[in-house]
Design a protein around this ligand. Structure first.
Ligand code: DQA
Length: 139
């Protein structure tokens, strides 16, 4: 099974960025744990701060992977283009958030990803990604 993990803007700073909200673990460290936990899965990891690069990567892998875990970060709340990209591909997409966006500012309650995602996993810290993998494993 092949799963792509796609992280949007500022998630390259995980571990350093607002640790009270996002924790103190870097995504690279978390990804090694995830790979050790699921040795049977091939993970493709991509992070970008640039909206168009995220769309390009979704198009690139969206017809070949078994699933995508997408944390579009701030673009979740603004990007019609990311929503359209998800509609255009075959792979199922799970919308992932580390924090509980619904317990935060109003502008974080709006998502262009939710209506086109297979499901949404929000607010479990980095464990949101592991829960997403489990969901793809269950099929
Ligand atoms: C986030 C929530 C977004 O609102 C925010 O802009 C992020 C991270 C999360 O994982 O909790 O950058 O997607």
């Amino acid at each position: 099974m092949k799963i792509a993990i796609i992280n949007g803007p500022n998630l390259n700073l995980l571990g350093k960025r607002e640790p009270a909200v996002y924790g103190s673990t870097s995504f690279e460290a978390y990804l090694s744990d995830l790979e050790a936990l699921f040795p049977e899965i091939e993970f493709l990891y991509f992070q970008s701060n640039v909206e168009g690069e995220l769309i390009n990567f979704i198009q690139e892998v969206g017809f070949s992977v078994d699933g995508i875990l997408l944390n579009a970060a701030a673009y979740t709340h603004t990007s019609v283009g990311l929503g359209d990209a998800i509609k255009a591909i075959d792979a199922p997409v799970l919308e992932i958030h580390i924090s509980n966006t619904f317990a935060r500012e109003d502008f974080r309650h709006q998502s262009y990803i939710s209506p086109v995602a297979k499901g949404i996993i929000v607010g479990f810290g980095l464990d949101s990604y592991r829960l997403g993998v489990l969901s793809f494993l269950k099929g």
